[in-house]
Design a protein around this ligand. Structure first.
Ligand code: FBP
Length: 349
């Protein structure tokens, strides 16, 4: 047994822990209690592998000429970063011939990739944001990836493009990869939220955060205040209220906005608080995408005891009409999200 591996395992064992790998956790713990299939375990393991490969690219990005843009504009109207493209290709390559999914939807691709050759044995469809926080790619700041899994129940034919746009409540699993000081994979299958940290020594995702619970209220908020003048009066009042001097209610909150939704939501999941990308006067649908940003993070945060809203309704109840539809996102601790809704709906002044 290689020395480093022995050291890491021995260290964990002496710390009285029996390090649980992602695959063992899913196949043993979740299979037994929650009927998670081997097929899903395979899908999650493949997402983990995507995470390892992209983390490797990110660590060397400054040395391997993959910073900067490709010169292309994507379906979102954004300049495509070379790392966006690499991350997207990594997802597509690893899932195309995996036999695990019958369709792929990506933030970076206008059209879905339909995989009739994997159908009908592969019932899952994977929707993803291959690299979240694109404005952070060239300055070594945190990045992430977000995924949502839905199932096709049809027996008669492959699902069509329209059938890929599903309500958040129809997700069977969701989660994210966080590329921060360590690489993490956090996911839910609808019965709690679990976090795994990639152990560089063994290359294994080891259980580091089981059954994550978000505090009912936090002390931090994340929003791009540069957009303040574009907000509705209710949103302005809510953010102003967070900055009010009032020790008894833990205000003012501190601002924590990293430019990476995944990193901001991860901080809030562990310590409480609220992230907002609200609707704007001339863009009531906001910036973020429903199917592969808002829905999966809403499922994770709700499963940890938090809330996710458009400001006027639950994210997971929003009708999904187009693959790249946008939605305002207010997500985090349940009490904080409720407060934000009260101000946005003028129930509080
Ligand atoms: P990408 O998926 O294209 O990166 O967009 C999402 C995002 O970058 C979030 O990660 C982040 O919170 C937000 O947009 C930043 O937007 P802005 O620069 O407008 O504040």
């Amino acid at each position: 047994m290689p020395t480093l591996f022995k050291t890491v395992i021995l260290a964990s064992i002496t710390m009285g822990q029996n390090p649980l790998t992602l695959s063992r956790f899913v196949t043993e713990k979740q299979a037994a209690s929650q009927g998670v299939t081997g097929e899903f375990a395979g899908l999650l393991a493949q997402i983990g592998l995507v995470g390892k490969l992209i983390a490797q690219d990110l660590r060397r990005a400054g040395l391997s000429g993959i910073l900067g843009t490709t010169g292309e504009i994507n379906v979102q109207g954004e300049a495509v970063k070379k790392l966006d493209e690499i991350a997207n290709e990594t997802f597509v390559k690893l899932f195309h011939h995996s036999g695990l999914v019958c369709a792929l939807v990506s933030e970076e691709m206008e059209k879905p990739v339909l995989l009739p050759e994997n159908w009908p044995q592969a019932k899952y469809m994977l929707l993803f944001d291959p690299l979240d926080g694109s404005s952070n790619t060239d300055c070594n700041m945190p990045l992430g990836a977000i995924f949502s899994v839905v199932k096709s129940e049809r027996k008669d034919r492959m699902p069509t493009e329209d059938e890929l746009a599903r309500k958040g409540t129809e997700q069977v699993a969701a989660g994210y990869l966080l590329y921060g000081s360590s690489t993490m994979l956090v996911y839910t299958v609808g019965q709690g939220v679990h976090g795994f940290t990639l152990d560089p020594g063994t290359g294994e995702y080891l259980l580091s955060h089981e059954q994550i619970r978000i505090p009912a209220r936090g002390k931090v908020y994340g929003v791009n205040e540069g957009n303040y003048h574009k907000w509705t009066p209710g949103t302005k009042k809510y953010v102003d209220d967070l900055k009010t001097q009032d020790k008894s209610s833990g205000r003012p909150y501190s601002v924590r906005y990293s430019g990476c939704l995944v990193a901001d939501v991860h901080r809030i999941l562990l310590g409480g608080g609220i992230y907002l990308y609200p609707g704007e006067l001339d863009k009531p649908e906001g910036k973020l995408r429903l199917l592969y940003e808002a829905n999966p993070l809403a499922m994770v945060v709700e499963q940890a005891g938090g809330g996710a809203s458009t400001g006027t309704m639950r994210i997971l109840d929003v009708e999904a009409k187009q693959l790249h539809q946008r939605v305002p996102l207010i997500i985090g601790s349940a009490d904080d999200v409720r407060d934000a809704e009260d101000f946005i709906q003028s129930r509080r002044m």
